[in-house]
Write a new protein. Structure first.
Length: 403
């Protein structure tokens, strides 16, 4: 299974989160900016409505409509004067007589109650979303209004500049993050290459320290592990060399087998004894390597016994031989059985020497039996009284001297 690179795995969620954050931030900024702009526009409308109220107080009722039209001509603000019954007395956008009663408009209701009131709603006459600000007046209510579309048009350039700034900042952040992640993944790539060299057995390789503290700690831990592995491997190699030297120098044949009777170790003395080669013996069953039924039975007994065993076995390959065979189980540090160790000591020459010794002793005993009998007989005769006769004593002493 092919896994994506660390750079892409890390950078993809970052980009996704950044895009989502950019969208959410843009929406929040647009919302807050619009609300702030509407609040500021409302304050401005309140100031315009107050000024409109003061101007109305300085004009006769017959000039209300003329004054209202003049004020609207200089701006996009709509001005309206409504009496206490909701009748429109003056309006900058429409002929007053063509408008319905405004007594139920929310901003008019609030202003007639004596409170400055703001309302954001769709105009029933213009069919546009409009922000209204209404103030109490001695003739009823004065109102200033502006279409929200106009507000949005005024706000749009600022929002675009703000969004462009956010986008540029996000892109710069993404580029910086990519650079940092690329440097990090490059360090990890080098660490991976060095680790593979360690895996291949180059234990003298040491990982460079990356710029990140966590990776530097990891590299230090791997370097320490590599150093320890190198020391342990050198120790194992020394021990293995010593073990092989001991096996090769032993005159006894040594064969180690596992629980399935498969040969795992065989020394040169054993290969010479059984007329085989080490490469041909390792990994094969001991029954294939040593074709002797007595030895095979002995191996089976050793594997099934908890005590060391010993036996003399005759071997007829390359002449008759006597093998003193010893076997015992092999165990690990936890006492688990690993197999068995069989040692073959060629006793043929020793047995031959013992036979020669026995024959020599038998021959000497036979040769000495007659003279000794004569000596014993002469000595017993002397002891029985022949010593008193000088002639007999001399004769029997001469017999003893001859033998």
């Amino acid at each position: 299974m092919r896994y994506p690179s660390l750079l892409w795995s890390t950078y993809r969620p970052y980009i996704t989160a950044s895009v989502l954050a950019l969208i959410v931030l843009s929406l929040l900024v647009a919302h807050d900016t619009r609300r702030a702009y509407l609040n500021r526009t409302g304050d401005d409308l309140a100031a315009r409505a107050a000024a409109y109220s003061l101007l109305l107080d300085q004009q006769p009722a017959a000039d209300y409509q003329h004054l209202t039209a003049l004020l609207a001509a200089a701006s996009t603000t709509r001005y309206t004067l409504i009496d206490a019954d909701g009748k429109v007395l003056a309006d900058s956008a429409h002929v007053p007589g063509s408008l319905d009663s405004h007594v139920t408009r929310p901003e008019i209701v609030g202003a007639l109650a004596g409170e400055p009131t703001r309302a954001l709603r769709t105009s029933l006459s213009d069919k546009q979303l409009t922000l209204y600000v209404a103030l109490p007046h001695h003739r009823g209510v004065v109102r200033a209004a502006v279409a929200v579309q106009t507000v949005a048009q005024s706000l749009a350039p600022n929002l675009r500049r703000l969004l462009v700034a956010i986008l540029v900042a996000s892109l710069l952040g993404a580029i910086a993050a990519y650079g940092a992640l690329h440097g990090l993944t490059r360090s990890l790539g080098q660490m991976r290459a060095d680790a593979r060299r360690l895996e291949a057995g180059e234990l003298d390789v040491r990982l460079a320290s990356p710029p990140a503290a966590e990776l530097a700690d990891l590299a230090g831990a791997i370097n320490a592990m590599a150093s320890q592995l190198g020391d342990r491997l050198a120790s194992i190699q020394r021990a293995s060399g010593q073990f092989e030297a001991v096996l090769e120098s032993m005159a006894e044949g040594v064969v180690a087998i596992d629980r399935d009777s498969v040969v795992t170790i065989i020394n040169p003395a054993a290969t010479e004894l059984f007329a085989t080669e080490e490469a041909q013996s390792l990994g094969r069953s001991v029954h294939e390597v040593v074709r002797n039924r007595e030895i095979q039975r002995f191996v089976e007994l050793v594997l099934s016994s908890q005590e060391p065993l010993e036996a003399e076995i005759m071997w007829f390959v390359g002449g008759e031989r006597v093998l003193l065979t010893r076997g015992s189980l092999l165990r690990d540090h936890d006492g688990n059985e690993l197999g068995a160790l069989i040692v073959f000591h060629d006793m043929t020459q020793l047995r031959r020497l013992e036979n020669v010794r026995r024959e020599f002793v038998a021959n000497v005993s036979h040769e000495l039996r007659t003279p000794i009998a004569s000596i014993i007989g002469a000595a017993e005769t002397l002891l029985s009284g022949a010593l008193d006769d000088p002639h007999d004593a001399r004769r029997f002493v001469e017999v003893i001297a001859r033998h």
